[in-house]
Design a binder for this molecule. Sequence first.
Ligand code: BTN
Length: 329
Amino acid sequence: MLSAEHVILRELLAHEPEWVSGPAMAAKLGVSRVAIWQCMEKLRAAGFTFEAQRARGYRLAKRPGTLHAALIEAQLKVRPRHFSLVVLDQIDSTNDETARQLGAGRPTPFAVLSRRQTNGRGRFGRTWQSDSTDNLYASFAFRPRVRPDRMQTFTLWMGVNVCELLANFTGLSPGIKWPNDILFNGRKAGGMLTEARVDADQIRDLVFGLGLNVNQPAGTWPGDLARRAVSLAEVTGAPLDLNRLAAALIGRVLLAYQKFSEGEHLATFADLWHRYDLLRNKPIALLEGGRRHHGIVTGLDDEGALLLRDDHGQAQRFRAGEVTLEKSS
Ligand code: BTN
């Protein structure tokens, strides 16, 4: 069931920059003009401003800069059956909330977005900086029928899809650093954290978490993030429409999941990986289980493991680890 706010915003967005009359919206929703007015007051309180003219109706003048559920919903271009969206003001971690809702039986697919996280998590138990409401913290829930060994390629596939969406949305050139970092000009703008619960060699459910630095201003990163992190707005030089980006990302992630679960991703994965991969033919150090390995990246195998040629010319394969690029000699 679509909310009245969702329908009103969809009408206003669809007719931009034209006006939409109050009676037309009331008729669409089957409610009174007073009910429309009350709904618009609620939207105003959430940060929207409208131009209103007695003879012409309403027009959207300003949208909120932080996440707004109905505004995201109104801009979704694809919407699988049963899809639902949760937008929270604050939560410990969207991955944890998604896992709780999966545990409580919520139908999939669904997405949980939050304006802030108090315990945002990254790989290796690290903290994901989540104080700023200018960024995106999102998790997606699925119940796939695939073997657990396909998890690694799932994150890589999602990563190239996120990169392609960002390239189209911003006109910039993102890159992916195996296995889960999204970088612009050598700085991290996004990270992915996929977590699954497994039953007897079958995935019971899967949470795909995505953190994306969208509009956080330069000079506000704490500690050594000042050197390592970047937001999309810092790279483009102008703030992005967070809700439009959120809607575009949700659409892309849902489509990418559908392709993955039907095995359709195999046709394009290698090309996309090649396009966005930042490591191919580069010298790297890979930290795995306390050991540091050095070598040149030669590619990926079918299971998404990273292939290295070490200093002795030997081929090595890594399923996990943390990569740092080294200077070419
Ligand atoms: C990493 O780079 O180590 C992965 C970072 C993943 C962060 C996102 S933010 C949304 C979701 N909720 C979390 O607690 N983590 C992921």
